[in-house]
Design a protein around this ligand. Structure first.
Ligand SMILES: Nc1ccc(F)c(C(=O)c2c[nH]c3ncc(Cl)cc23)c1F
Ligand SMILES: [Fe+3]
Length: 289
């Protein structure tokens, strides 16, 4: 018996090509590029590859959440409130920027530091909340291994295990590793928007006779109550499955500012330049080298 009443299949496949971002950093942007704009509540997904001295020096955020997940290496971060730390392989930083953050995110490991940064929009009422961090070390991230499937539960639930992360918008963010020959059937709430981003290997998504998809591709999923995935290759398959309940609000983005109207964007730019309404600490702050 098929595991789902309405299996989700692949509506669109988009290859994320490398591009410059920050200072000398290379990112493969999937969600957030022109043809992948309306995946409400998701604004952007960057797979970043950064070697020192490149990185993301002092920059602001307002109106959304930046979720950084390190796949390999380390990143150090510091913000204008004095909050600082290092995100290492397998670690997670869920930063709710709310009304405003200014921070720097710089590589802290030797060689290439590789990870994902997902931007999740906030509802209009949450765009003015105080900034907040939820930071998990690799060992604290819920993990289930079963029948050749190894899933790390960054947000939401899989195999009956939930993540401790408190998401403003109901969200799932699952990091799957499938051994050769393994398959997985993951339930996804019916009315959520959902996509897959492949990190390593090749997999078959949606229906069992679909053609295999390889890394750096993002797959937009059709509506439905779950996704099936098969690994029919001889290598491990690694991908993230991201889903969220749409906010259904207007989105006006200006770089690292995501609001609901053009007026709010203009107000945000003024707040940032005049160090007010949440950007007060910008007056005297610069990141320490
Ligand atoms: N100047 C500028 C302008 C706008 C930005 F969003 C950024 C920025 O920080 C990032 C954009 N992708 C990213 N992936 C991973 C990480 Cl750790 C950071 C970023 C930045 F630096
Ligand atoms: Fe940032």
């Amino acid at each position: 018996t098929p595991p789902f009443e309405r299996p989700r299949y692949v509506l669109k496949k988009v290859l994320a090509e490398p591009r410059q971002e920050g200072e000398g950093a290379i990112v493969r942007r999937s969600v957030g590029r022109t043809e992948l704009k309306n995946l409400d509540p998701f604004i952007l997904l960057d797979e970043f590859f950064v070697s020192a001295p490149a990185g993301f020096p002092d920059h602001p955020h307002r109106g959304f959440e930046a979720v950084t997940y390190m796949l390999q290496g380390a990143f150090s971060h510091q913000d204008f409130t004095g909050h600082k730390g290092t995100i290492r392989t397998g670690d997670l930083q869920w930063m709710t920027a709310g009304r405003g953050i200014i921070h720097s995110e710089m590589p802290a490991g030797e060689g290439v530091n590789h990870g994902l940064q997902l931007w999740i929009n906030l509802s209009s009422k949450d765009k003015i909340i105080e900034p907040r961090y939820q930071e998990l070390q690799s060992k604290d991230i819920s993990r289930v291994e079963k029948d050749g499937v190894d899933v790390r539960i960054i947000a939401g639930e899989a195999f009956g295990v939930s993540s401790p992360v408190d998401t403003r918008t109901p969200t799932m963010y699952l990091d799957f590793m499938l051994k050769p020959g393994a398959q997985v059937h993951q339930r996804i709430p019916e009315n959520w928007n959902a996509f897959v981003y492949i990190i390593e290997g090749e997999g078959i998504f949606g229906n069992s006779n679909a053609s295999p998809v390889t890394c750096y591709n993002a797959l937009v999923l059709s509506p439905g109550d779950g996704l099936s995935v098969w690994n029919r290759s001889v290598k491990p398959l690694r991908f993230v499955l991201v889903g969220g309940q749409p906010l259904n609000e207007p989105v006006v983005q200006y770089g690292p500012f995501v609001m609901n109207t053009q007026d709010e964007i203009e107000q945000t730019i003024e707040d940032y330049h005049q160090c007010k309404n949440g950007f007060e600490k910008a007056k005297h702050w610069k990141s320490q080298p």
